[in-house]
Write a protein that binds this ligand. Sequence first.
Ligand code: ZN
Ligand code: ZN
Length: 413
Amino acid sequence: MAQSPKAILLIGDGLGDRPIASLGGKTPLEAANKPHMDRLAKEGECGLMDPIGPGVRAGSDTSHLAILGYDPYKYYTGRGPFEAAGIGMDVQGGDIAFRCNFSTLDDNMTVLDRRAGRIDKGTDQLAAAVDGMQIGDITALVKESVAHRAALVFRGPGLGADITDTDPHVEGAKVHKCEAVNPSDAASAKTADAVNEFVRRSYEILKDHPVNKERIANGLKPANVLLPRGAGIGPKMDSFETVHKLKAACVAETGLIAGVAKYVGMEIVHVPEATGGLDSDLVAMAKAILKSLEDHDFVLCNVKGGDVAGHDDKPEPKIQLIEKMDTMLAYLIENIPPDTHIVLTADHSTPCAVKDHSGDPVPIVFWGPGVRTDKCEKFDERSAASGGVCRIRGIDVMRILTNLMAVQDKFGA
Ligand code: ZN
Ligand code: ZN
């Protein structure tokens, strides 16, 4: 039986950069020793990729949406729904997702501490105490995240997300009343009323919770309320498998990327050794990719560390991360099933000099059966500009890949 087509999409978060004086005018990709990335460039077809469009400064979430084949201008409603999905919540189209803080309130609804003394344990029990709350025809789903953070999802008919925040963002101020930005927007007005009810009832339930009684007894601030903010409506999206006819898994280091992948129906694979930093065990991630490839057609992997180094203006650690990714890639090339395609790219540039995402394009290489090998021999920003893929957008990536994998329907007769 013929091997079914397989592909790995390996994304180095924020890997693109600009020339750096301390590196002799090279970018970190140009300065790094990365023979396996360069092998891909030599044997594959290279180009430059604008995640959203030329000059557009992409977020990691919007870029991943585009690269996976979903127009972010159509589907992106804010990070809330993807963050909630990223901590394992089931978020559906039409749900309203919020980021929340566990905070400390007094009886007059004054915020004494926005982070409840930076609570770091027991939030699972507190979240469970309010999870499933019914507010009219709305069900409130709550799950704890890291430290004092949590996510809230409202599910019910006719909800809207154009509402104000409850979190006053300063201590000593009263909780803000949630309101629809436009009073004639009935869906948002309904949601705002439910948010106010949720805040009030979460305080009633949490103030006497055993976790908080114990905190008070130990001189700690109680986490006696949940304050939602950043409401976003869950976009209605077809699954990745429906769109591309590929059964997909995701190995990611950040909740936001895992959330995007989960939202489009990918299986999320957790790698305990993946830290999201420069110390992450990337070979452990490579092993997880290979394992996932046994029962999936497509594996998305995001390696976060390069973005962290870019935000921190640390060219040398960025080079080290690139070299670690090269070792990871070597392990993948050595162990992939025959005829597997690999796409290597970044989700945006995070130039050290900018310390944030820029709108500069990133290098991309397609490698595997059928590619038209070009003259590009190195995987970096300037070399890739000479490749046969030329300059594409993120939204083109899956089309080019599914063409190479021969799983795409013909457009027309
Ligand atoms: Zn990113
Ligand atoms: Zn970033």
